[in-house]
Design a binder for this molecule. Structure first.
Ligand code: MG
Length: 219
């Protein structure tokens, strides 16, 4: 079973499912040339995509164009189904910052052919994630996330700019999937996604709390 460390402890948190949300920031939806969705766009990554301990991001040789997507991650702390928005916050155990690494060329051709994105988004090492901050350790309503490539800032936003809030996302997902303790929800990336190259260093930060640093290796 894959686990993620809890920040400032020796404990490990076992991970169940990994949900990801697409197009959850207006400026990113625009830069991708698409419309703003009426309801959250959901896809899954397998748990084997998780990448902790700042390990390298290994890009499969099928791809020549890879993008970073920095994302605020919700960590689910108890099981639930059909969760009303007003109760959704009770299901949040903690937070993390993650990267939804994307084989953009593979995703673009899959979209054109009407095929799933799984390979473009779910390959091994495609989900780098920081240690988890317990919800009770941070009394915030909006978080700041940012991403740098080789020390150059590419993405920076406040999570209050999300189109669908954490409560709306949890409520929506739980209509169709049983949420379980150990589930992660990558809540979508803001504008500024850009291409990375072999040996680039990507840093992602949940400002004031935690950060990660990974090297990209093209196979
Ligand atoms: Mg994403």
């Amino acid at each position: 079973m894959k686990t993620i460390p809890l920040l400032n402890t020796t404990e490990q948190f076992p991970v169940s499912k990994i949900f990801c949300i697409g197009k959850n920031y207006l400026a990113h939806a625009k830069e991708m040339g698409g419309n703003v969705p009426d309801s959250p766009v959901i896809f899954l990554k397998p748990v084997t995509a998780l990448n902790t301990e700042n390990n390298d991001i290994i890009i499969p040789s099928i791809s020549k164009m890879v993008h970073h997507e920095v994302e605020f991650v919700l960590v689910i702390g108890k099981d639930g189904k059909n969760i009303p928005e007003k109760n959704a916050a009770e299901y949040i155990f903690g937070y993390a910052v993650g990267l939804d690494m994307t084989l953009r060329d593979i995703q673009t051709s899959a979209k054109k052919a009407g095929l799933p994105w799984t390979l473009a988004k779910g390959f091994d090492t495609s989900a780098p994630i920081s240690p988890i901050i317990l919800k009770e350790m941070c009394d915030e309503t909006s978080f700041e996330i940012c991403c740098r490539v080789n020390n150059d800032e590419r993405q920076h936003t406040l999570t209050s700019k999300m189109i669908f809030s954490p409560e709306q996302i949890i409520s929506y997902i739980s209509k169709y999937f049983t949420l379980e303790k150990g589930d992660l929800i990558f809540t979508g990336t803001p504008e500024g996604v850009s291409e990375v190259h072999n040996q680039d260093i990507i840093e992602a930060e949940l400002v004031g709390f935690t950060s990660i640093r990974h090297q990209v290796i093209f196979q």
